[in-house]
Design a protein around this ligand. Structure first.
Ligand SMILES: O=P(O)(O)OC[C@H]1O[C@H](OP(=O)(O)OP(=O)(O)O)[C@H](O)[C@@H]1O
Ligand SMILES: NC(=O)CC[C@H](N)C(=O)O
Ligand code: SF4
Ligand SMILES: [Mg+2]
Length: 506
């Protein structure tokens, strides 16, 4: 059980892939996963291929708990694929850890997934109907990811009309030969059959013995970027990663985002790309608000700049007379800087964060929950005492963080506590890879803003408007706003499981 995360928007997954002959690909992947650790802390895994066979090592726990030097040394090859998981479909178990493995007609596939599918039940029925009688196509797992892996191996048995396939093109000057265009990498036909049948969110990275592949769903809910290693070294390599911060950490240059509805394959002939669907970009706005690292860039917009802008707009929308702006670390800090700058009220760190308590602090009982927040954040009396505070955080989910903080700040002598939130009220479930608590537990689903203010005990409360949030991202209408508006970019079929509410369906 993970009660602190229970109270919060849970993170999702991180994927990382590298194709780089002559490099220590498992170590590069280890570092890449380190940079993506905030996206999933339940399990971690790495698969490698040396051209002959695929090896995989995965376990529950953080990246540095799962891997040792010795394990990394055993993961040899020129292709690697890594994953950090936060479960959305299928429980947090060893069998559900990723990368998942499965057979293909020519060998083996290893696959990592960030996102959440909305037609898992239908895909599961399809996979089971295609399998040889009695075959356990899911290999004991219960995730949407295991079904995709199975379908990739069974793709040539899938009946039906040929799916939409855009023209193929090469990426990166001089990296792809004309011969290569004629012979697609082995799992491209399978992917072109399977990917158009998936609904919901998927940023996928997978590999067979010879090739690294990546794909992003037609809405591009979750980020996925392409980077290049060893620029100018004569020994180029390629990286696929959930966030640009992982490229930075392994020294790869950002090339571009994988586009919504795009499939890429990477091997000795370079990067080849094609589209498998008609697209409508709807990137998750919550990546900008809370999920992604501040040093990441999504849609050409740096997350930290977006969060500062959200804070500045918040200051214009909800001004207040106060002595000091106090951020709620970690993710509330850039918005607080923006608020302070715009309002002219001095910024001060009035809450000290214990860096050893992450987004997954384990706390077994409800009665320890307050203690949990105190372990994570402790007020600095010297900054707080006698002052009128503006406390800035990025989001309120259940309200537990703010309720505990307002009380602690008053105990530390605050004269007034004005809470400002750099996103609108979270009111609806997410079907695309974020595990909010049940709708009944979302404080904004049952209370208006004045009741929330009373419930958390603040002197005033202001949320950023939807328009202010969207403008700060610079993405126009290319965003998913579902958890704020209840309007989702694609229809959610009746009977779809509601993530975060066990047993409930739409
Ligand atoms: O209303 P609640 O249910 O309490 O959840 C909201 C809080 O959860 C998140 O922080 P979290 O502690 O998960 O991570 P962070 O340290 O990255 O900000 C978010 O930034 C809010 O502070
Ligand atoms: N949070 C995610 O992106 C999870 C991926 C996948 N749906 C799983 O549960 O394993
Ligand atoms: S519903 Fe919310 S959290 Fe989920 S993808 Fe859309 S914006 Fe992101
Ligand atoms: Mg927070």
């Amino acid at each position: 059980m993970d009660p602190l995360a229970d109270d919060h928007p849970r993170d999702h997954c991180g994927v990382f892939g590298v194709w780089a002959p002559g490099e220590d690909v498992s170590r590069l992947t280890y570092f890449g996963l380190y940079a993506l650790q905030h996206r999933g802390q339940q399990s971690a895994g790495i698969a490698t291929s040396d051209g002959q066979r695929i090896r995989v090592y995965k376990d529950q726990g953080l990246v540095n708990q799962v891997f040792t030097d010795q394990i990394l040394q055993g993961l040899r090859g020129h292709i690697a694929l890594g994953h950090v998981r936060y479960a959305t479909t299928g429980a947090d178990t060893w069998r559900n850890a990723q990368p998942t493995l499965g057979p293909t007609p020519d060998g083996t596939i290893a696959l990592g997934h960030n996102g959440n599918l909305t037609n898992t039940a239908e895909l599961r029925r399809l996979a089971h109907s295609l399998a040889d009688g009695g075959d356990d196509v899911e290999h004991g797992a219960s995730t949407d990811t295991a079904i995709v892996t199975a379908l990739m191996g069974l793709a040539d048995r899938i009946p039906g009309p040929a799916p939409f396939v855009g023209a193929s093109r090469s990426v990166g000057a001089g990296t792809s030969s004309p011969e290569a265009e004629e012979a697609p990498a082995p799992l491209v036909p399978a992917a072109l059959t399977v990917l158009p049948r998936l609904r919901g969110a998927f940023s996928l990275v997978w590999m067979d013995e010879h090739t690294l592949y990546g794909a992003r769903d037609p809405h591009g809910y979750r980020p996925l970027v392409l980077g290049r290693l060893g620029e100018g070294s004569g020994r180029p390599g390629w990286v696929l990663a959930s966030e640009t911060s992982a490229l930075d950490l392994v020294g790869a240059a950002f090339i571009r985002e994988i586009e919504p509805g795009e499939l890429v394959s990477i091997d000795a002939s370079g990067v080849r790309s094609r589209h498998f669907a008609v697209t409508r970009a709807s990137t998750c706005v919550f990546e900008y608000v809370y999920l992604a690292r501040p040093d990441t860039v999504i849609g050409g917009r740096q997350i930290v700049a977006t969060r500062r802008e959200m804070g500045a707009t918040l200051a214009r929308e909800h001004p207040v007379e106060a002595d000091v702006v106090v951020p709620v670390p970690e993710s509330g800090t850039p918005a607080a800087i923006g608020y302070a700058h715009e309002s002219g009220i001095p910024f001060a760190q009035g809450l000290v964060k214990n860096s050893y308590v992450g987004r997954t602090f384990i706390q077994p009982t409800q009665s320890l929950r307050q203690l949990g927040i105190r372990l994570k954040l402790n007020p600095l009396r010297e900054v707080i005492e006698g002052r009128r505070l503006v406390v800035v955080d990025d989001s309120i989910v259940r309200g537990n963080t703010q309720r505990a903080l307002v009380r602690m700040l008053r105990e530390a002598g605050a004269a007034e506590v004005h809470v400002r939130i750099s996103s609108p009220p979270v009111n609806w479930p997410c079907f695309f890879g974020i595990d909010f608590p049940t709708r009944a537990e979302l404080i904004a689903a049952s209370m208006d803003i004045e009741s929330i203010r009373t419930s958390i005990g603040a002197d005033s409360l202001g949320y950023l408007s939807l328009r202010g949030m969207v403008q700060a991202t610079g993405q126009g209408t290319s965003l998913c706003l579902g958890c704020f508006t209840g309007d989702y970019p694609e229809p959610i079929a009746k009977g779809t499981p509601i993530p975060g509410t066990p047993g409930a369906t739409t």
